[in-house]
Design a protein around this ligand. Structure first.
Ligand code: ING
Length: 324
């Protein structure tokens, strides 16, 4: 079979004042837990080396730049530790970070690191940036300033084959992975771009507020408990629906918990099968590893029948999708 043991490393609260080394140690600890559970691949959340800083407005450029990684993330001071440990443990990781790119632009990025060759197989830069450029006028608003701090990704949605995870002689060949980040998962286009490349596993890290009425455009007299439950419902809804309609597994890893005791991020890390059913999900909103055996050949029946894109899709009727 082409079964892979894939884990999601959910990361609990990360505070503005937490040191880089403290947070990195937590990530390495999660990696080691995943290895103990037999994981071959571990997904980490979006922007996971620091607190989710796009919720803040920074006047000081130097402070803002401190949240970004520059140069080779596998050898940079603040981040190399997780890649060195992944190499030692021979486990692949997908991990999100804020990228200060060589072209002078800033992106919300993630990489797939292949332990056996100690190399980055693929990099993705978040295309759908939610929220706003300017903060809301209300002083107590929960802001989301990704449009201020990042440029839309310029690498597209690229599926890629990962060597050394299954028997090379297996009929359907090496597993086909794809990556997206947080808000991307709410847009069917992200998934279909990967689905059309035959993707079998979609990896998605996320930071999703449990309470952000201004950003949602909902009235702030909404019951916070209901709002939080709805945020988790919508997260699972899109992971399940798009896994089903693209006949692929999906893995999601939350940055969650109460950053700085006040900024609420929801958990709900999941592993979903090609039938859209949840096969593993986090029980806490803390650091937690979830894991599942993903038999990729379970995607085939749906890719060959119900969602055989070649036989059933009628692209001559879809021009609106790329013209506006
Ligand atoms: N966070 C949120 C997300 O897409 C959001 C932003 C939440 C947008 C809810 C709309 C509704 O999960 C990030 N980082 O994209």
């Amino acid at each position: 079979t082409r079964s892979i043991r894939i884990a999601a490393a959910q990361v609990g609260a990360v505070h503005l004042e937490d040191t880089r080394s403290h947070t990195l140690k937590r990530l390495i600890n999660l990696l080691e837990q995943a290895v103990e559970k037999g994981a071959q691949v571990v997904l980490f959340p979006e922007c996971t080396f620091t607190t989710f800083f796009p919720r803040h407005l920074f006047a000081d450029e130097v402070v803002l730049e401190s949240f970004f990684e520059r140069g080779d993330i596998t050898t940079a001071e603040n981040t190399r530790g997780i890649f060195d440990r992944a190499k030692e443990l021979s486990i692949d990781i997908c991990i999100g970070f804020a990228e200060a790119a060589d072209n002078g632009e800033h992106y919300n990025a993630c990489v797939y690191y292949h332990a056996k060759t100690a190399s980055i197989l693929s990099k993705y830069r978040k295309i759908h940036l939610p929220g706003d450029f300017e903060p809301f006028p209300e002083p107590d608003a929960v802001n989301q300033l990704e449009k201020r701090y990042f440029k839309p990704g310029n690498l597209g949605f690229n599926a890629f084959r990962v060597p050394d995870l299954v028997e090379p002689s297996a009929e359907n060949g090496e597993p086909i992975f794809g990556m997206m980040i947080c808000n991307d998962r709410r847009w069917a286009e992200s998934w279909r771009c990967l689905g059309l490349q035959g993707v079998e596993v979609v990896l998605t890290g996320y930071n999703t507020p449990g309470w952000a009425p201004q950003m949602w455009g909902s009235s702030s007299d909404q019951d916070p408990k209901d709002a939080r439950e709805e945020a988790i419902f919508h997260h699972k809804l899109v992971m399940q629906a798009h896994s089903y309609t693209n006949a692929c597994f999906s893995v999601s890893a939350a940055r969650c918990g109460l950053d700085d005791g006040k900024y609420d991020l929801v958990g709900g890390s999941t592993i979903v099968g090609p039938d859209g059913k949840i096969i593993a999900e986090a029980k806490t909103e803390e650091d937690e590893v979830i894991i599942a055996n993903c038999d990729l050949d379970l995607c085939s029946p749906s890719k060959k029948r119900t969602f055989d894109f070649g036989r059933h899709r009628r692209v001559e009727h879809y021009s609106l999708l790329t013209s506006q």
